[in-house]
Design a protein around this ligand. Structure first.
Ligand code: SAM
Length: 558
């Protein structure tokens, strides 16, 4: 968020003069002025903002975005809303078009009209297509206009592009079914002009959605243009929800992106979405979420944002080669052996990478200066090492392919990856973080590594991994974030078991026991608090309850 970027200046493109950023101003928030409302969205009357903790503003770069209308505290609910429309993601496994749940074995029926598979005749999404996220009569008619198209869905366990049409069709049908929702969806950006020029994107939609709706289903009254636009609206604005689903939301789509977001969000079984502040958000500051995976390096995040959201991210994290001091893209220098090879200009994909000894003096970000100092990179400059952008990209792509090929439950495979690349990457490199993140969860959970069977050295390993990754998550997804909640829960278990074992073996004193139980309680307390915001029905919600119960037990022992 902008509060990391204070003090930077930026050239005004019209006057050529330099102006100082307002405190809490985002680098892309060109128009922001915390004290006036001149850049408030003229579309505002469409949104009832009375009593809401946010305002809608507008800037030439970001379009509309939300700012805090008041000081918002970490954990506070910013908005909660039902989906305007929801359905399967691209290339999803078949789901029931009524309740959107995957099929369980052979238990299914076919809709009498369109023949698409459904979970049962009593499916609530068939009886009452409330929220238009279920299978309505209009949808059934559209899917059977040129014959019952659902017959093509044969294997209920295999991913299929057939479901790619469902959400676009649901949106198109809104125009007649529910003009209010239709208007709400039409307020969203589709970036048609940009997308049209990207042949792969346009062509995939043409074949997978447009031709199917107009050709196979015979729904010629929907023009090619409007179907492409709906595809764009989905690509730019949809949230991934549930298990392999996507949904559009009337307000949440307005949240601007930041690679270190200040909110987290969760959806429940009804696909209602809740957005909460993950850290304190001062009045006037941008309210943000991340459209990209936060445990990814700048090169890949920016690439994803450009290719799927069609903008160049210039957030404080992207602008800083050290990624806020985390060094999570840094490579080991083959000349001086220090993990300090970073892109010279991370905002340019063709920037060379250079060994950054002495970077602490060069970086404009005070927080980064401090973090780099804490990382204690020796002051002596590297004799000089530079890597062309293409070589850095090649290495990152190779790492990505290797990391993606590992089964996230394969302890040996993950450890082999960490051992192979630790000599070449900074310990916080995002590929090592990703592998360690998986290890933090599978140690204690998978066959052969169940928590009470783990020997002390593997419990220590789990403990150290959790602490290592938490230090980075504290910077990249601070506060009330799911990533931190889960990791804190994972951390309590090895500390607890090691403490019990050591106390029983009389290798620690009562005083040490008390200290360690205090550490366990602190982890559980934070985990229970963070995960209490997760929906009850989710695995994270269950983990939150388990943390609360474990906390009570630890308090009794204390
Ligand atoms: C989900 S929409 C957000 C609402 C959008 N601003 C609007 O007015 O409809 C995503 C789009 O907003 C813009 N956007 C969001 N965050 C941005 C950022 N940090 N920098 C630049 N553009 C951003 C991009 O155009 C992106 O494709």
């Amino acid at each position: 968020m902008g509060d990391r970027g204070t003090g930077r200046t930026q050239r005004d493109s019209k006057t050529g003069k330099k102006h100082k950023r307002q405190p809490n101003q985002h680098p892309n928030d060109d128009n922001n002025n915390n004290n006036n409302s001149s850049n408030e969205d003229p579309d505002d009357p469409n949104w009832d903002l009375q009593g809401r903790p946010y305002r809608v503003k507008i800037s030439p770069i970001m379009g509309r975005y939300l700012v805090a209308a008041t000081d918002v505290a970490a954990g506070d609910l910013i908005l909660r809303e039902d989906a305007l429309v929801a359905g399967p993601c691209q290339n999803a496994k078949p789901v029931c078009l009524g309740c959107l749940k995957p099929f369980d074995g052979e238990n299914y029926i076919r809709c009498m009209g369109c023949q698409w598979p459904m979970c049962s005749p009593a499916c609530p999404g068939l009886q009452d297509a409330k929220g238009l996220t279920g299978h309505t009569d209009e949808e059934c008619a559209a899917l059977s206009a040129a014959g019952p198209s659902g017959r093509r869905v044969m294997n209920l366990q295999a991913r299929t592009p057939l479901y790619n049409v469902i959400v676009p069709l649901r949106i198109l049908l809104l125009e007649k079914q529910d003009p209010v929702r239709w208007k709400a969806v039409q307020r969203m950006q589709s970036h048609d002009e940009v997308r049209r020029k990207i042949a792969s994107v346009w062509q995939a939609n043409q074949l997978g959605v447009v031709d199917r709706i107009r050709g196979e289903f015979g729904l010629q009254h929907f023009s090619e243009e409007e179907i492409h636009s709906v595809c764009g609206i989905l690509e730019v604005n949809a949230f991934e929800v549930g298990d392999g689903l996507r949904g559009l939301y009337d307000r949440a789509f307005l949240l601007a992106h930041d690679c270190t977001p200040n909110t987290s969000h969760a959806d429940d079984e009804t696909r209602a979405l809740a957005v909460r502040a993950s850290v304190d958000i001062p009045k006037g500051s941008l309210i943000t979420l991340s459209y990209a995976y936060t445990i990814q390096g700048t090169l890949k995040r920016r690439e994803h944002l450009k290719e799927s959201k069609f903008f160049d991210c210039c957030c404080p994290r992207c602008s800083d080669p050290t990624e806020l001091g985390t060094m999570c893209s840094a490579l080991v220098c083959p000349r001086c052996g220090r993990p300090a090879v970073l892109p010279v200009d991370p905002l340019k994909a063709d920037s060379p990478w250079r060994c950054s000894a002495g970077l602490a003096d060069a970086t404009p970000w005070p927080a980064v200066k401090q973090a780099v100092k804490q990382a204690a990179l020796p002051a002596a400059p590297c004799p000089g090492y530079e890597m062309p952008a293409a070589q850095a990209r090649e290495l990152i792509d190779k790492l990505t392919d290797e990391a993606e090929a590992i089964d996230p439950n394969d302890v040996a495979g993950l450890e082999a990856f960490v051992a192979k690349y630790s000599p070449r990457l900074h310990p916080n490199h995002y590929h090592l973080l990703g592998a360690k993140h998986s290890l933090s969860q599978v140690y204690g959970k998978v066959h052969g590594y169940l928590i009470h069977q783990l020997p002390d050295d593997l419990l220590e390993r789990k403990l150290n991994i959790c602490k290592d990754i938490l230090r980075v998550f504290d910077i990249l997804e601070p506060g009330v974030s799911r990533l931190r909640g889960i990791t804190l829960y994972e951390l309590h278990a090895p500390i607890m078991i090691l403490t019990t074992r050591h106390f029983e073996a009389r290798s620690i004193s009562r005083k040490d026991l008390r200290l360690r139980l205090r550490e366990v309680a602190a982890c559980l307390e934070q985990a229970a608090h963070i995960l209490s915001f997760e929906p009850e029905c989710s695995s994270e919600g269950a983990m939150g309850r388990a943390a609360q119960e474990a906390l009570q037990r630890v308090r009794q022992w204390q």
